[in-house]
Write a protein that binds this ligand. Structure first.
Ligand code: 13P
Ligand code: SF4
Length: 351
């Protein structure tokens, strides 16, 4: 199909409506969704899910969804789910030229940077991130001026412009390895690490490289408290698994500290009877299905930016081919270099 002249869309796909046969057709999905959504709620999602599934086939699109997306998106319409790094890599390697990224804006930008010739749509371009908005490219230049010769590692939760001023990117899954690799490559004993001060202070406990930190914080993870984690352990006899974007006193209470992807691997390895996931609360909802024998206790903080992505706006994205993410080619080229330095560390570790 010529992507500039897509085939006309049937009226019932443009305006999803209830049909009784949806219950039968999506019986398996219904079972998954019923674990987390009340009956009326998940049934009301089926017309949207059905229209999106058909539209994406007609458009030849691939839908990528972050692990923090709601269960109806994660289980209902996504072709691939994962953390921000995995999604950007799939965007670059999958066969489809049209990607719908269900996540926040920096994730869609990363996908576009790694797949510059593809169309990357984000259903709501206002889906931001408190970490990404805590720092600008001018701030990075000021940090470099204040610390001449010190290399810069930036978390992927940053704008393309900030990535372009960085030497390497990292995710919470590979931050320690990237910091050490960059320090070795630049023969430096210190690295500027931005923008998350909590992730940075956790990385500093795992390496001898000195870290110069910025003051960004995730508005979701900063809300968790040590008392909440302690109470959950004592009251429910639960293992505590925490994301490194949480404050240090919360991490000190955790049985395991790890990234979005590392948390899933830890669960598969340890198979705890009860676990509290100290992270965005859709994670537990989405993992429940994979680990039916584990009881999930959900201290629940929702990311308001992730919640901006909904079935109706995914549907509108496919229908109207909106909103395409654009990154200026010169910014994208420099940001890509920083992302590729991170990917090279991953390849060296795997070798
Ligand atoms: P990941 O990089 O693990 O996907 O996490 C992104 C994020 O926004 C965490 O809050
Ligand atoms: Fe950003 Fe925090 Fe939301 Fe992740 S959970 S997208 S870091 S605001």
């Amino acid at each position: 199909m010529n992507p500039n002249h897509p085939a006309p869309i049937a009226a019932d796909l443009a305006q999803p409506r209830w049909r009784d046969d949806l219950l039968r057709e999506y019986a398996d999905l219904g079972q998954k969704l019923a674990q987390t959504l009340p009956c009326m709620e998940w049934q009301m999602q089926l017309p949207w899910i059905d229209a999106i599934v058909q539209l994406k086939k007609q458009r030849g699109a691939t839908i990528l969804a972050h692990s923090y997306q709601t269960p109806e998106i994660f289980h209902g319409v996504a072709d691939v789910t994962g953390d921000s790094l995995a999604l950007a890599q799939v965007a670059a390697t999958c066969e489809s030229d049209l990607i719908v990224l269900c996540g926040v804006h920096f994730m869609a930008e990363s996908a576009k940077i790694l797949a510059p010739h593809k169309t990357v749509l984000i259903p709501d371009p206002q889906a931001g991130c408190s970490l990404a908005s805590s720092i600008t490219a001018a701030d990075v230049l000021a940090l470099r001026a204040a610390h001449p010769g010190v290399p810069v590692v930036s978390y992927v939760n940053t704008s393309a412009a900030v990535k372009a001023e960085s030497d390497a990117c990292c995710t919470s899954a590979n931050a320690v390895q990237v910091v050490e690799a960059v320090a070795a490559e630049f023969a430096a004993d210190a690295v500027i690490f931005l923008p998350d001060r909590f992730l940075g202070s956790w990385v500093a406990t795992q390496t001898d490289v000195k870290l110069i930190l910025w003051h960004g914080q995730c508005e979701v993870h900063e809300k968790f408290t040590a008392q909440q984690a302690r109470h959950t352990r004592e009251r429910f006899d639960a293992k505590i698994v925490a994301h490194p974007e949480c404050p240090p006193e919360v991490l000190a209470e955790a049985d395991f500290v790890g990234s979005t992807s590392a948390m899933g691997k830890w669960l598969a390895r340890e198979q705890p009877q009860r676990v509290a996931m100290i992270t965005e609360c859709s994670m537990a909802d989405n993992l429940r299905e994979q680990f039916p024998q584990v009881q999930f206790i959900k201290p629940c903080n929702l990311c308001p930016h992730m919640r901006k992505i909904t079935l109706p706006n995914i549907h509108a994205a496919l229908l109207h081919r909106q909103f395409a993410v654009e990154v200026a080619p010169e910014v994208a080229a420099r940001a890509r270099r920083a992302l590729q330095r991170m990917l090279a560390v991953g390849r060296r570790e795997a070798a």
